[in-house]
Design a protein around this ligand. Sequence first.
Ligand code: F6P
Length: 323
Amino acid sequence: MKRIGVLTSGGDGPGLNPCIRAVTRTAISRGFEVLGIKRGYVGLIDNDVMPLDARSVGGIIGKGGTFLGTARSAEFMTVRGQREALRHLNCNSVDGLVVIGGNGSLTGAQVLYEQGFPVVGVPATIDNDVGGTDMAIGVDTALNTILDAIDKIKDTASSHQRAFLIEVMGRDSGYLALMGGVAGGAELILVPEVETPLETVAQSLVNAYIRGKAHCIVVVAEGYKPGTRAVVNYLKEREEELGFDVRVTVLGHVQRGGAPSAFDRLLATRLGAAAVMELEQGHAGVLVGLVGNEIKTTPLAEALSGSARFDMNLYQLSKIMEK
Ligand code: F6P
C-alpha cells in the first residue's frame, strides 16, 4: 500500500477535521501518501481531489465542519457513479480508502469493498445510529450543544411559566433526544422508538403544572411521529387547560456545527489512526469503532445490519426523573 485516500460523506458533524488530520498524519508516519477527496462520493465521481501533507491538516483539530467538504450523492447509488468512483481511485493510484460518515456513507464504503476495493469505515454521525461503535464522532459535541440550548430555554421558560418543545435531530433515531432530555432534566422525551399519543403529551404538561413546576421542557426527536408541528398544534388548542403557554424551538443544524469537544477530538484521532493501521494490515471491509474504551473492528456488513441503539432502560429512568 502506497497511497491512501480519505473522504468525508453525508451529513457533517463536529470532529471530522480532527479525523482527517489523524488519517493524514498517521498515514504519512507509516510512509504513505495521502489523497484528500473533496465533497465525499461526489468528489470521487468528479475526480475532485487534493494531495494532503502534514501541514495541510495543521490548525484544523478544533474546527467544526470538514475542510474536505461533504455531500450526499444520489449518483453514487448508480452503477455508472460507482464505476466512475472506482476509475478515479485507480487513476489516482489510491490503494486504500478511509470513508468517514454515517450509515449512508458506510453503505457506499461497503459497495466499493464488495467490488474489490480496500475500504475502512469510520463512524461519524450525530445520530449515533451506526452499529459496531458505542459512540460515533460528533455525538458528544452535539449533545453539549443541545444541553446548552435546553439550559438556556429553561431559564426563560421558568420566568414565563411556559412549556417548551425543543426539537433535536434524529430522523430515525431518538438517541440525541433521550440523552439530551435526561441530561437536560426534561419533563418529557418524545422519540420515534416509543409511541406517545398526543393526549399523553398534554397530560404530562398538566401533571407538571399540578406538581408546581415553573416550566415544562419536552424534548422531541425529529423522527417522532406525528411530528413536532402536530404536537404544537394539539397543545396550542388546549393551552387554557394546560397551565402553561406553549412555545417551540427547533435546534436544527446548530447541532451539527461548532468546535469538537475534547471527547470528539480524541475519538476522531484514535479512530482515524486506527483506520490507517487496518488498511496497512490488509484488513479492509471493516468499521473501526469505540467498544467499551477500546478501539475494535467490526465487518462493515455487520455494523450496517445492526439495529440502531436505543437504551430502553435509560428511557425508563427518564420517566422517574421527569417527576
Ligand atoms: O443524518 C444526520 C442528520 O443529522 C439527521 O438527524 C437529520 O435528519 C439530517 O442529518 C439532516 O441533514 P441535512 O439537512 O443535511 O440533509
